[in-house]
Design a protein around this ligand. Structure first.
Ligand code: BG6
Length: 475
């Protein structure tokens, strides 16, 4: 095979908080994701250890203006159309629709903004792929209810999804309930609006919050299908299989345990019940979940249609304490793999690990996969003649697309589509920088948000256009 399956959904992916800006426009309320500053405190705030529920003097908050997609969406979508995108992944800023999160009535300006965005996509035959929440949580919900620790969040989320499914019926068909649902364990404020008091049982709080998200996700799946049987609703995992560092059985088992910690989320969302190992683990940790009557049936009866995931890198596990955290990666650090090269930010590059990850997910769940994030964050230089020669990005993407082709062709994995991350440069989630660029389209802004905001096509722009036009035959 040198082409991808007919109807394969090629495109690119973004998230509201990393590109929209317009943080106080159109009646939008403040959200957790607005309040994560650049700089040395960023990680503590993301983790919910340093509580920051309002803007504080002396900090720079990159999400406030981001790349101003709120105003430039027409121009940006036109560029995506020039690359031939079949799909465009974007997320809804919850606080545009319900500024505080607990209102009864949605904010029409916010609804209209996304309606316009979807219509703009449709104008070019681009199918929107919508993440209902990409880490967003209106900050009022954290302040008043403790965010996802509280069962009431299920009701607020239900209200949100009912509004979205109803309003965008016929405009949107592909939905993801929570971006990288497993991120709640690693960056709980950024991923779910959770903050912690000293002496709080953090693990108990996180698992309870996860349960609420599972229930909310299953409910959304149910409601989405009722409102429009054409809807396809998926879960989303920060994926990347762990390898054992050595063949020492202890390393092998450590890798197994770490893989299980991630797959736990999809086990519930795709198989419809808590796996036995998770129940045992929670018991060991002294965690008791508040599970309401009807939750188990809801989870069982409303499993996802497909499994979407992000993949940037494989990970490596070892029991050797000296090796822990020796390389960085997508939020959670792991052990450095001596066989792999890494990006400028230390994320290891492993296309075969991508094929391996796809195999594991497909064998385990037997549901279609959707690759909704993959890409290389790199510094880009503008040459004197104004061009940007990002061959390193083309190389990374080419090797990963080949690996995906092998997974489809040689291993029989069912893949619905591929949206590369940050198809237009946007603010980095882990560092808050602009200079960590993923795009086919350069955005002229620096780390402090200075610049013209002008969009410039990189070399990879034409390359990706040819990939899509040839349905993957030309790489
Ligand atoms: C994923 C997120 O974790 O990785 C994105 O879903 C994020 O929001 C992406 O931007 C890449 O990470 P980073 O830290 O390079 O922006």
């Amino acid at each position: 095979m040198n082409k991808f399956p007919e109807g394969f959904l090629w495109g690119g992916a973004t998230a509201a908080n990393q590109c929209e800006g317009g943080f106080s426009e159109g009646g939008r309320g403040l959200a957790n994701v607005d309040l994560i500053p650049q700089g040395s405190l960023r990680r503590e705030v993301m983790n919910g250890d340093r509580i920051m529920l309002d803007f504080e003097a002396g900090f720079y908050y990159p999400a406030k203006h981001a790349i101003d997609f709120y105003h430039t969406y027409k121009e940006d979508i036109k560029l995506f159309a020039q690359m031939g995108f079949k799909t465009f992944r974007l997320s809804i800023a919850w606080s545009r629709i319900f500024p505080k999160g607990d209102e009864e009535t949605p904010n029409e300006d916010g609804l209209m903004f996304y309606e316009n965005v979807f219509k703009e996509c449709k104008k070019y035959g681009i199918e929107p792929l919508v993440t209902i929440t990409h880490f967003d949580c209106p900050v009022h919900l954290t302040q008043t209810y403790g965010a996802w620790k509280n069962r009431k969040m299920v009701t607020f989320y239900e209200r949100l999804v009912r509004v979205l499914f109803t309003r965008y019926k016929g405009l949107v068909k592909y939905w993801l309930t929570f971006n990288e649902i497993n991120m709640i364990m690693h960056a709980p404020f950024m991923a779910a609006g959770l903050v912690f008091e000293a002496h709080e049982d953090v693990m108990q709080a996180k698992y309870q919050a996860v349960h609420h998200q599972f229930v909310a996700s299953a409910l959304a799946t149910k409601i989405g299908r009722e409102i429009d049987p054409e809807n396809k609703i998926g879960c989303m995992l920060a994926a990347g299989q762990y390898y054992p560092y050595t063949s020492n059985p202890e390393d092998v088992f450590e890798a197994h345990l770490k893989n299980r910690d991630n797959l736990f989320f999809v086990d519930v969302q795709a198989r419809g019940e808590y796996p036995s190992y998770a129940l045992k683990e929670m018991k060991r940790l002294g965690i008791t979940l508040d599970i309401h009557e009807g939750d188990e049936a809801l989870l069982r009866e409303n499993t996802v249609d497909f499994i979407s995931f992000s993949y940037y890198s494989s990970r490596t596990a070892s029991v050797d304490p000296q090796l822990q955290g020796s390389t960085s990666g997508n939020i959670f650090a792991s052990v450095k793999n001596p066989y792999l090269k890494a990006s400028e930010w230390g994320w290891q590059i492993d296309p075969l690990g991508f094929r391996y990850t796809m195999n594991v997910l497909y064998e385990r769940y037997q549901k279609p996969l959707f690759v909704v994030e993959n890409g290389l964050g790199a510094h880009d230089e503008i040459c004197e003649d104004g061009t940007i020669n990002d061959d390193y990005r083309i190389e990374y993407l080419k090797e990963h697309i080949k690996a995906m082709r092998d997974a489809i062709e040689l291993d029989g994995v069912d893949v619905m589509g591929y949206t590369s991350w940050g198809c237009i440069d946007l603010v980095s989630a882990s560092t808050g920088e602009m200079k960590k660029r993923y795009g086919f389209i350069y955005v002229d802004l620096d780390n402090q948000g200075n610049g013209t905001g002008k969009r410039i096509k990189k070399k990879s722009f034409d390359w990706y256009r040819d990939v899509i036009a040839s349905n993957g035959a030309i790489l």
